[in-house]
Design a protein around this ligand. Sequence first.
Ligand SMILES: Cc1ncc(COP(=O)(O)O)c(C=O)c1O
Length: 342
Amino acid sequence: EEMLEIWEELSLGYTESRGHPKLIQEISGLYPGIPSSGPESPIVLAPQEGVFLAMQSLLQPGDRVVAMWPGYQSLYEVARSMGCKVDFWKPRLDEAGVPAHFDVKDLGELLLSGPAAKLVVVNFPHNPTGFLPSAAEFHEVVELCRSQGAYLFSDEMYRGLELSPNDRLPTAVEMYDRAVSLGGVSKGLSLPGLRIGWLASASRPFLDRVAELKDYTTICSAAPSEILAIIALRGRDAIFDMNRQIILGNLNALHSFFDDYPDRFAWQPPRAGTVCFPRLLGPAAEAGAAEYCERLREKHGILLLPSGTYEYDEPCFRLGYGRRNLKENLSLWRTALDAGSS
Ligand SMILES: Cc1ncc(COP(=O)(O)O)c(C=O)c1O
């Protein structure tokens, strides 16, 4: 009822630059220890805007950044475009050549092997591999950053979509005063069209700078979106559960699909999120992921994202399994495979 009243009184004027106070209150509830109002509370912005403004706030040309790769492009490309030196934390491959595991030891070696990093960028649950570290491994990542004095940008957009809710990680800002957590309603709450996300951090200078820079991007968020985001966040447990059911059903279908074509594909079942990153085998692998994906799109209307989009050389593709129509698309794909046309 409270929300109905707010919705009916909705005015389409400018909104508060840092976000609707009730929305900020709802968001701060996700981060123990983070205040629900005032200059140390989270800032509301579009998720992609959050990546951009965080990098602009934290980095200077020449700074060293260590980022997971392959990954969501802006998580390393914005820093690169600012003249930073970006080194990649790469996954270890399994015996079939599928990116399987980001080993914290490799991050540690990378951090010790060059000048001090200003920023470490992680994304758990990870797009595109579906990788999720254990809480102990995440803690080690934080300790590595602490030992180097590096900031940690933690993209937590897929948080809430763990296949097993017990696997949900603490947020980075709960663990480290130089951490920035990016969250939003686009993935776990399936509302990307609202363009609502947020940055939370215990670093007041960081938040002040983001708030200043936001005056040069969107100034404030869209009034109707803010109200809809409050409603969604208040119902988040039910929405996460609904989405988890869809994902678990789709993953069962994916397991039987990949079981049926062991000489065509290899994969690592994801632990969270809505995407995974299988690998082509056999002749399709030799022709390359770009050609395979293009043929599948053109002939059968099935959309996969080839690994070249990530500048990643292995013949992999990103497969989204978050939509309700996955099973129909898998049967189209099966027909194509069985007819020898894909
Ligand atoms: C890991 C990750 N971070 C950030 C974003 C940006 O979210 P949005 O498109 O809602 O701005 C995405 C979107 O795909 C993403 O996958």
